[in-house]
Design a protein around this ligand. Structure first.
Ligand SMILES: NC(=O)C1=CN([C@@H]2O[C@H](COP(=O)(O)OP(=O)(O)OC[C@H]3O[C@@H](n4cnc5c(N)ncnc54)[C@H](O)[C@@H]3O)[C@@H](O)[C@H]2O)C=CC1
Ligand SMILES: O=C(O)[C@@H](O)C(=O)[C@H](O)[C@@H](O)CO
Length: 310
């Protein structure tokens, strides 16, 4: 009998996690407090699975994978017999505290409870729970069935055994887990993503470049290299004698420039201006279609990387 994963919250990320685990052979129970969300989920799952199959990114027929994903009538039913629960509900600490208190009561003592939260450290929603030693953040990147990074961010009281078991399950599910050695808001990816967005907003707001050109800096520049190399690997190759040589050549300039890189206020005026420029390129009712375009481009990239790796 296959191991069971419970997915709580059948929205954008919950649905995607269901695909990740079902594709890897786990049985998946998916639950949502809003029945309509569960209904919508089934159709969207089939669309995503069909696209993945077209790019050769699932090894079984879409229907076989879809058959492993079963809606649960209650939270208790979803958690029954699960080895791991992936929570994907609203991004507020209050809702996370509430759902983890419920799940801690319902789940078997050895079930690992994880949150997809984008920013909230585990200790902010697990501290007072009896089963806190089996709770940790497992933050995905959207969509996790294409972007395999998952950030494991335990609280100081999360047991090493729970972290090791979570790491094993995500690895077997085809993900690429990284481990935070201590807690920080936003973990690794969103802090780095935030630093890039912060500087892009500053440069836009102060009239240095258009939003279109700032997007090009990533998609026709940094993003190309970073699609197969990280920042340290990149600079290690950008000076004849590697990273130290690079630092000796440019480190002082990065330090000086950093003093001018101030926190951005994300003010409404700037964001509305960028939004209006985006809406000239893409109407609001085209966002869904564009998301599928993004996923198909990502699928092509992932399929290419898989071929390269063989
Ligand atoms: N959207 C994204 O790109 C990413 C989101 N995340 C995180 O994943 C979590 C979910 O995000 P999305 O899927 O985008 O949100 P969403 O709004 O698409 O889905 C949330 C779902 O949870 C359900 N829900 C709310 N309260 C519930 C409860 N008490 N019990 C069961 N179901 C409940 C809602 O009905 C809804 O279907 C958030 O913590 C978010 O920060 C993480 C990485 C990427
Ligand atoms: O970008 C992503 O996929 C993830 O890092 C997320 O957590 C959210 O979408 C993030 O961008 C917003 O918090």
């Amino acid at each position: 009998m296959s191991e069971k994963i419970a997915v709580v919250g059948a929205g954008l990320i919950g649905r995607a996690w269901a695909i990740v685990f079902a594709r890897a052979g786990f049985d998946v129970a998916i639950y949502d407090a809003v029945p309509q969300a569960l209904d919508a989920c089934q159709q969207l799952l089939r669309e995503n699975l069909s696209d993945l199959a077209q790019h050769g990114l699932i090894d079984e027929a879409p229907d076989v994978v879809a058959a492993r994903i079963k809606p649960a009538a209650s939270l208790a039913d979803a958690l029954q017999g699960a080895v791991l629960v992936q929570e994907n509900v609203k991004e507020t600490v209050e809702v996370k505290r509430q759902i983890f208190a419920e799940m801690d009561k319902l789940a078997a003592p050895d079930t690992i409870l994880t949150s997809s939260t984008s920013w909230i450290p585990t200790s902010e929603f697990s501290e007072h729970l009896p089963g806190r030693d089996r709770i940790l953040v497992a933050h995905p990147v959207n969509p996790p069935y294409l972007v395999p990074l998952v950030e494991l961010a335990p609280a100081p009281w999360t047991s090493k055994k729970a972290v090791a078991r979570a790491h094993d399950i995500y690895t077997r599910a085809g993900q690429s887990p990284v481990l935070l050695k201590k807690e920080i808001t936003g973990f690794l990816l969103n802090r780095i993503q935030g630093a890039v967005l912060n500087e892009a907003l500053n440069l836009y707001e102060n009239g240095y470049a258009s939003s279109e050109d700032l997007d090009k800096v990533l998609k026709d520049g940094l993003g190309l290299r970073w699609s197969f190399m990280g920042p340290f690997e990149t600079i290690d190759l950008n000076a004849p004698d590697g990273i130290i040589d690079y630092a000796q050549r440019y480190g002082h300039t990065y330090r000086d420039v950093a003093k001018t890189q101030l926190p951005n206020e994300w003010n409404e005026t700037t964001l509305k201006q960028i939004e209006s420029e985006r809406r000239q390129e893409l109407k609001t009712d085209q966002l869904g279609e564009r998301s599928r375009w993004r996923d198909n481009r990502l699928m092509g990239l992932v399929a290419h990387k898989r071929k390269q790796a063989k």
